[in-house]
Write a protein that binds this ligand. Structure first.
Ligand code: SAH
Length: 545
């Protein structure tokens, strides 16, 4: 479970209230009638006044900005900070609870004079209060930050110091033509959990002018952006392409991310990721701010998969702008979105749960030394109970024990097992092989399509048979063998849905194509497999299971 991350901007800012809380902001108020107020968005001083007031009131941050550099808008910067923090926390090796967060290290490329991302990130994950100690409380986040611009860095340094964050934020001046991830910045860290970047988006002044005309650019930002903040050779595509190439030899960095100003940049970068064999990536929008939408591309060479719950707009929920969600979905790797399987027979959730447990329990003895482990996801189960819906199981596999070949080999080994008992005892002491696969399978009641113009339908009562669906999410793969991990994921999911479907039929007294647990009965003929495949009706966000 994630520690709660605060976002004060989920509803529009009331400027009158802000002026009451921060009196220095009051001179910038403009009445818009009906007792409401705004500011003159073309007035540079007013925009700067707004940023200072929000940082002061909502994050207890003071910043000083040079007049000739970009003034960041706080709500949009916070959205990106929340995205990277959630990503790092959700995929941390030590899962966080509301009271303990793992220590994270982040890197901001091109931090600017404000140093806005590191400042917001440190205030969003503050040190936890430690009951035991006389020493200072543990800090859950440290940030590294780079820039090529000494003028901006001198302000960034002051902004870090005057908010007393020198212990948590380290600044580095880097060379424009050098690496984006220079050794002197990333080499000293054992692990970096995420990198973030709001790159110069544009390749030329002409491109800026056309973006302004198309309203892709925050209109006031252009008034204050210096050339180094707006322009880079080849624009954002070239800049992030450099990152992708450098990331191939930086295995200690878990997640690389970058913001994008232009939708058209996303597709070439996805193509480059695929070209370099990186299958663990995602593309998402951030919740829009006014007319401005920003996108994020994120990738990793590690085993932890990108969590689909971080996608915006959520690609598997009705979205306010279906076309943008559909066009982003097109850019995602197929195995990223959860796969859904509708059980072919109505049943109760507890029947489905018993069937799933039965299928997994039968697989466990086929392997050794933790080849396959599973457990009900207690946190999810608690939440599910409160919401009146499903439960989830987490499966971790170190070896394939479900393919037909693996089951045949296990059956053959079982018949000659006893003389080799000594050997298997010593094998048991060997270190377990690395994780091949981790996935989560949720069991959820399915809802019938809503009758026209009626209230949303209630789920069927838990103790009565009804339609049930299984939803799988791929959580981790093998970083060393990405293709094997993907094949394992689709293979195990396909096996589970087929077998659970059969067990539910048996439980309902409808008979099954084979009897569970009898070696030969599990051997499908090709024809049976094909028929089962048709029955499966696997609705996949991606490939067929
Ligand atoms: N992060 C700030 C500033 C973004 S502007 C914000 O969001 O408001 C982009 C910044 O990237 C500029 O400060 C620019 O100087 C810096 N920059 C450009 N090329 C860089 C490089 N190769 N390495 C690090 N920073 C770079």
């Amino acid at each position: 479970m994630l520690p709660p991350l605060r976002n004060p901007y989920t509803s529009p800012t009331d400027f009158n209230d802000l002026a009451k809380d921060v009196p220095a902001f009051a001179p910038f108020l403009r009445s818009t009638g009906g007792g409401r107020a705004s500011i003159d968005w073309q007035d540079d001083a007013a925009v700067r006044g707004l940023t200072s007031a929000l940082l002061k009131r909502d994050f207890d941050l003071e910043i000083d900005l040079p007049p000739d550099r970009l003034c960041p808008t706080v709500p949009s910067r916070l959205e990106y900070v929340l995205f990277v923090l959630r990503l790092a926390l959700l995929t941390a090796d030590t899962p966080s609870t509301s009271s303990t967060a793992p220590q994270l290290v982040g890197l901001d490329i091109g931090t600017g004079a404000s140093c806005i991302y590191p400042l917001l990130a440190c205030r969003t994950l503050p040190p936890t209060s430690s009951s035991s100690s006389s020493c200072s409380p543990p800090s859950p986040l440290r940030m590294l930050a780079t820039d090529i611009d000494p003028h901006s860095l001198s302000y960034a340094k002051r902004n870090v110091a005057c908010n007393d964050l020198q212990e948590r934020i380290r600044l580095f001046e880097v060379e424009q033509e050098g690496k984006v991830f220079p050794d002197e910045v990333v080499g000293g860290e054992e692990r970096i959990d995420f990198t973030m970047c709001n790159p110069p988006f544009y390749a030329s002044e002409e491109e800026i002018a056309s973006s302004l005309a198309a309203k892709e650019l925050e209109p006031f930002a252009v008034c204050t952006g210096a050339p180094n903040e707006m322009l880079t050779t080849g624009g954002e595509v070239a800049f992030v392409s450099r990152m992708i190439v450098e990331s191939l030899s930086l295995p200690h960095i878990r997640w690389f991310t970058s913001l994008f100003g232009k939708y058209s940049s996303l597709s070439p970068l996805v193509a480059l990721l695929k070209h370099h064999g990186i299958g663990n990536y995602a593309v998402t929008a951030l919740p829009p701010q006014g007319q401005t939408t920003r996108w994020v591309v994120v990738w990793s060479k590690g085993g932890r998969r990108f969590p689909p719950e971080l996608l915006y707009p959520s690609s598997f929920a009705p979205s306010p702008s279906p076309s943008s969600s559909a066009s982003l979905t097109r850019l995602l790797p197929p195995s990223l979105l959860p796969s859904t399987f509708h059980l072919p027979h109505p049943c109760t959730l507890s029947t489905a749960r018993a069937a799933l447990e039965g299928v997994l329990s039968e697989l466990v003895p086929l392997g050794k030394e933790g080849a396959l482990e599973w457990s009900w996801d207690e946190v999810a189960a608690e939440e599910a109970e409160q919401d009146g819906d499903g439960v989830a199981v987490r499966v971790r596999a170190r070896r394939n024990v479900w393919s037909r070949a693996a089951r045949r080999a296990a059956a053959a080994a079982a018949t000659v097992e006893s003389p080799a008992a000594g050997a298997s005892a010593s094998a048991r002491q060997a270190a377990p092989p690395p994780l091949l696969l981790e996935l989560r399978i949720q069991l959820l009641p399915s809802f019938p399509p809503p009758p026209p113009a009626s209230a949303s339908p209630a789920p069927h009562p838990a103790n009565e048979p009804g339609p049930v669906r299984l939803v799988s999410t791929w959580l981790s793969g093998s970083p060393a063998e990405p293709d094997a991990g993907r094949a394992a994921y689709t293979g195990l999911w396909g096996f589970v849905v087929r077998k659970v479907g059969e067990r539910v039929r048996v439980a309902d007294g409808k008979g099954a194509t084979g009897t569970e647990g009898e070696g030969e009965a599990q051997e499908e003929t090709e024809e049976e497999g094909e028929r089962a495949g048709k029955r499966r009706r696997v609705e996949v966000g991606g490939e067929e299971a």
